[in-house]
Design a protein around this ligand. Sequence first.
Ligand SMILES: *[C@@H]1O[C@H](CO)[C@@H](O)[C@H](O)[C@H]1NC(C)=O
Ligand SMILES: *[C@@H]1O[C@H](CO)[C@@H](O)[C@H](O)[C@H]1NC(C)=O
Ligand SMILES: *[C@@H]1O[C@H](CO)[C@@H](O)[C@H](O)[C@H]1NC(C)=O
Ligand SMILES: *[C@@H]1O[C@H](CO)[C@@H](O)[C@H](O)[C@H]1NC(C)=O
Length: 284
Amino acid sequence: MKKVCTFIFLFLFSKISLESNNAGSFKLQTGKDVPFFNFSLVPQSSPLKLSKIICFVQCLRNEFCSFVVFKNGICSLHTEYALTRLVNNPDLSVVYKKEFIINHCSNTPCMNGATCVNKLDEYVCLCDLGYFGKNCDKNINNYYCETDYYRLNETDVCKPCMSGFRTFNNYTFNCYKRNYTQRDYESANSYCQGLNSFLWTPKTQTERNVFASNRAWVNSKITYVGEPFVWPDGLRVYEMGDGEPNNGGGNNYLLYENALKYHENYFHPVHSTEPLTTICQQLN
Ligand SMILES: *[C@@H]1O[C@H](CO)[C@@H](O)[C@H](O)[C@H]1NC(C)=O
Ligand SMILES: *[C@@H]1O[C@H](CO)[C@@H](O)[C@H](O)[C@H]1NC(C)=O
Ligand SMILES: *[C@@H]1O[C@H](CO)[C@@H](O)[C@H](O)[C@H]1NC(C)=O
Ligand SMILES: *[C@@H]1O[C@H](CO)[C@@H](O)[C@H](O)[C@H]1NC(C)=O
């Protein structure tokens, strides 16, 4: 069978985007449909009537948008979550997958074994164990503080952790308190707040490695199916477990896996009532 693929190239110049001259493309996924508009990235009580081009531009500019469904003049944006929920529908051509034309990772800016993630206007490096910085060029061993002393950043002096908190595993950029009493997500969160601290937010592999063997809550929760997991500052959570998020599998309309746990180097969405270890961190 011959596959017919249509490419629609969008070149965004300053008229459309003030911040960017970059461009992306949308590749038609022939004969695919998404059965549910409620897996949309922007949940809409009344769906958006937009031109196709504006619809695509919105997806390009939204880092969490992986594809667009454009059906009967209605635009919906979706995360990669819904990509696993595509169904065959030979009569329809409504699903467009986003691709960037420019690859900001092509000159391998990320150092020391880091993974490069290409975005619309820039790249993000996911540093390997022991490295940090925009390009993962800095080695954590060069910023060592003595046990239970921490520093805010690489120019800061070492100072003692706040009372009840300590350092683990020679990681010097935060202090922690771990409590093995099994708590649900909300109780873990309030436990840390009660200690004037924050639920664990291990954005980097080095931070995750501090508590590598624990099954513990991390600071990210969602409120609707298909919503992307982000850290409290809005940054995307990378390095999810295989096939995650999947909301427990199946085509569930109801949100089941709404909170994030960490275990063995990856994040796994689970129901927020699961009892888990609490790790609090001093600095957000
Ligand atoms: C999801 O979408 C379906 C189909 O449009 C609708 O019947 C259902 O009520 C929606 N569920 C929620 C929770 O919004
Ligand atoms: C590092 O922390 C110090 C102390 O709070 C602050 O004055 C400085 O601006 C910070 N430097 C960077 C590069 O963030
Ligand atoms: C922490 O660093 C110190 C000094 O570099 C080293 O002696 C010690 O073995 C390290 N401890 C761990 C647990 O890595
Ligand atoms: C953990 O939390 C429980 C309940 O709040 C408390 O009784 C216990 O002392 C805490 N353990 C540590 C090591 O702080």
